[in-house]
Ligand binder design. Structure first.
Ligand SMILES: NC(=O)c1ccc[n+]([C@@H]2O[C@H](COP(=O)([O-])OP(=O)(O)OC[C@H]3O[C@@H](n4cnc5c(N)ncnc54)[C@H](O)[C@@H]3O)[C@@H](O)[C@H]2O)c1
Length: 305
């Protein structure tokens, strides 16, 4: 089966390509390399198409495909260009969606837990969304666009995956938008006290990218179009991350707390309700926070440990 992964040279996309190849699929990577790292894919046997998803003509030139996994997006939530966020994230998604509908092939796409904003936890797919920034709004609009087709007859499978906080190998190019785990590791590795917002008890549903890649590839087997959370169902604090990194590094660094400058637009607690993906695919994350951090540091960030 031939699967195209948009944003395939990025963090999650490259892990999805690896999972596809491991499962025997033939993978194609489409990326404009605007926020990617070739090192994520150079060892992977996949064809590479350098293209911008905003350009509709790109879709006329694609090879024959059996499915698309759409990961491409502007992912830096701190960028101050609402037009780019919307034209790439929503406009580009529309092009991908129209292509899949025209070819009648399944589409699995990346949405985000950002659509829930600071809404109540555990976060359920049906709860009222409350996006706190343009990035999350762009993802909500993708869900609405996709949702409008779910009940139409004759349309191919469309599955939206609301990823929670993903961390793991391949996120090194992401700068400020890389995971808390990556940033805290870098501080602690060089013996600096890890800096977190007061008082480190903000909780997030952190999920290891290997679990996310596995859930994403499994979603190709869905029978029905839908939107599903992809998380662990556990909310863990920044202090928990610091303890786990200290344990792996054999250190005892204390956190340094500072005021949160984003307190008005901040998700203080995210926790996925994963009943839907459990029921549909039997999905169960393989890595706890401690296991994910252990694998990430020992096998990728510091192989000398
Ligand atoms: N990392 C997370 O915690 C997280 C959480 C929720 C949702 N997501 C979603 O998962 C997907 C993958 O995110 P990621 O963390 O791997 O980010 P990433 O920035 O590493 O990957 C995005 C990729 O899309 C490519 N891209 C951007 N604009 C493009 C365009 N116009 N045409 C073609 N390619 C383009 C980039 O070059 C990059 O390779 C995104 O849709 C993101 O919104 C990620």
């Amino acid at each position: 089966m031939r699967v195209l992964v948009t944003g395939g040279a990025g963090f999650i996309g490259s892990n999805v390509i690896r999972a596809l190849i491991d499962e025997g699929y033939r993978a194609y990577c489409l990326d404009d390399f605007s926020h990617a790292d070739f090192r994520n894919i150079y060892e992977l046997p996949c064809d590479v198409i350098t293209a911008d998803i905003r350009d509709g003509s790109v879709f006329k030139k694609l090879p024959r495909l059996d499915a698309v996994i759409h990961e491409a997006a502007v992912t830096d939530t701190t960028i101050d260009d609402d037009n780019k966020m919307m034209t790439v994230n929503l406009g580009g998604f529309k092009n991908v969606l129209e292509y899949c509908f025209k070819k009648k092939i399944p589409l699995v796409y990346a949405s985000s837990a950002g659509v829930y904003g600071d809404g109540p936890s555990p976060m359920k797919e049906a709860q009222t969304p409350h996006p706190l920034n343009i990035y999350s709004y762009s993802k909500l609009m993708c869900d609405r666009l996709a949702g409008a087709y779910f009940s139409r007859r004759g349309t191919p499978l469309v599955v939206g995956l609301r990823y929670f906080n993903v961390y793991g190998p391949g996120e090194y190019h992401k700068g400020v938008s890389a995971s808390m785990i990556y940033h805290l590791y870098n501080q602690m590795k060089s013996n600096k006290n890890p800096r977190v917002f007061k008082f480190g008890e903000q909780k997030r549903d952190f999920i290891y990218v290997k679990d996310v890649a596995q859930a994403t590839v499994s979603a190709l087997r869905m029978k029905k179009s839908t939107i599903m959370n992809v998380g662990t169902s556990f909310a863990r604090s920044f202090n928990d991350i610091i303890k786990a990194i200290n344990d792996v590094l054999g250190k005892n660094l204390s956190p340094e707390y500072f005021d949160n400058p984003y307190s008005l637009v901040y998700q203080n607690h995210t926790e996925a309700d994963i009943a839907r993906i459990k029921n549909a695919l039997g999905f169960k994350p393989r890595y706890s926070l401690e296991e994910g951090i252990g694998d990430y540091i020992r096998n990728y960030l510091d192989k000398s440990l």
